[in-house]
Design a protein around this ligand. Structure first.
Ligand SMILES: [Zn+2]
Length: 112
């Protein structure tokens, strides 16, 4: 299910576990949060995604409630992509943070 309020996917139940808003099936153009990262990494990941042809948006997490949940990590940024590109974006994100080096993650490599 997809929450329009949180821009996140969740499974189980028909209401968002975070905000209790009723969810719905995601549409290809729905923006979905790929990950939350510190500002610096979010900027790098955003550039990499764009260079891979994946349009994306950055959204700062500034809510007081959220920052206490995240343990004072207020300076985090969410990266959002259209649902249709989510899997691709996740793969790039994982490669990026596994390699931990922007130049390496910029290369397109198929592992399967
Ligand atoms: Zn929600």
């Amino acid at each position: 299910m997809y929450c329009e309020g949180c821009k996140r996917l969740y499974s189980g139940g028909t209401r968002c576990p975070s905000c209790r808003r009723p969810g719905r099936e995601p549409l290809p153009e729905d923006l979905v949060v790929v990950c939350d990262r510190p500002v610096l990494f979010a900027e790098m990941l955003s550039d990499i995604l764009r260079s891979e042809g994946i349009e994306n948006m950055k959204q700062g997490i500034l809510g007081a409630g959220l920052s206490s949940i995240l343990g004072m990590q207020a300076e985090k940024v969410s990266i959002l992509v259209p649902y249709a590109l989510l899997e691709e974006a996740k793969e790039i994100e994982e490669a990026f943070f596994a390699g931990n080096f922007p130049e390496e993650a910029g290369k397109t490599q198929t592992e399967e």
